[in-house]
Design a protein around this ligand. Structure first.
Ligand code: OOG
Ligand code: MG
Length: 261
């Protein structure tokens, strides 16, 4: 894949986000043979452009973290992307639907490490030992592709649909909660729309951080202390509408919410 094509495809997905206009997936016609490796090259270029625009990376996010979803997409690894500062919504604040294309929300468990983690061979225990605290989070995903219809390489190139994150303020030591057993509800206007448990994410959410550490170690990178890490959706994602009050409750961890105007 030459530089020209990387630049062209990066511009294609980046413009869709900037213009808030959905696009056909890359693999439909533009470049049907896009591989996972090439998709990460596009994602890297996209991230570079955002940094050049002056935006800052807040932290990484993991996606496709259920064994069922990985099997369905016929892949061995989850995927990752990056949350930027312009995506952050304060707990209890509101968003305007018009700033997004067709946003959905999913409940997640966030991690912050007290020390860097460098793979390969990072285990769940290594992650728990390195974790300073966990916190409740909501991810707002807004795939740039029509109807969230994409292949794995398409969604990697699109920074894994990242468009928003709301971080709760309850911070818990991971030793005080069995993260795989934590129950979660996602409610809209007081009505539970989806529910699940921590184990939905790779058997244990710390496993998601371990997998991320091991994946980026292939590029000589490490997971940085202090950065919030989103470990992946604990339930299906739910579409947002104007007037929604979105609330996520995580047993033993805490809650986080926002409004949609
Ligand atoms: C891809 C993003 C997936 C997660 O937590 O699994 C993701 C998508 O479904 O649009 O963020
Ligand atoms: Mg997510």
């Amino acid at each position: 894949m030459n530089h020209h094509l990387i630049a062209e495809l990066t511009e294609y997905v980046h413009n869709a986000e900037k213009d808030k206009k959905e696009i056909e997936k890359i693999t439909a016609q533009l470049y049907p043979t896009l591989t996972i490796e090439e998709a990460y090259m596009i994602q890297e270029e996209l991230i570079k452009q955002k940094l050049e625009q002056g935006y800052k990376i807040v932290g990484p996010k993991m996606g496709i973290t259920s064994e069922a979803k990985m099997k369905q997409m016929n892949v061995k690894d989850p995927i990752y992307g990056y949350i930027f500062d312009y995506m952050i919504v304060e707990d209890g604040d509101f968003i305007s639907l018009s700033d997004y294309i067709h946003p959905k929300v999913e409940p997640e468990i966030g991690f912050v490490l007290g020390k860097d983690l460098e793979g390969p061979n990072i285990t769940v225990q290594d992650v728990l030992d390195a974790t300073e605290y966990v916190f409740p989070a909501i991810e707002i995903i807004d795939s740039r592709y029509e109807n969230f219809n994409f292949t794995l390489p398409d969604v990697i190139a699109d920074n894994t649909s990242a468009r928003g994150a709301v971080f709760g303020t309850n911070l818990r030591n991971p030793e005080d909660v069995a993260l795989d057993m934590v129950g979660v509800t996602l409610s809209i206007n007081g009505k539970v729309q989806a529910l699940g448990a921590g184990a939905a994410v790779l058997g244990h959410p710390a496993n998601s951080v371990a997998r991320y550490a091991n994946m980026i170690s292939r590029k000589g990178q490490k997971v940085k202390a202090g950065q919030p890490i989103l470990t992946g959706g604990l339930t299906e994602a739910i579409r947002l509408s104007a007037g929604d009050f979105v609330q996520v409750k995580l047993g033993g961890i805490g809650e986080v919410s926002f409004f949609v105007k």
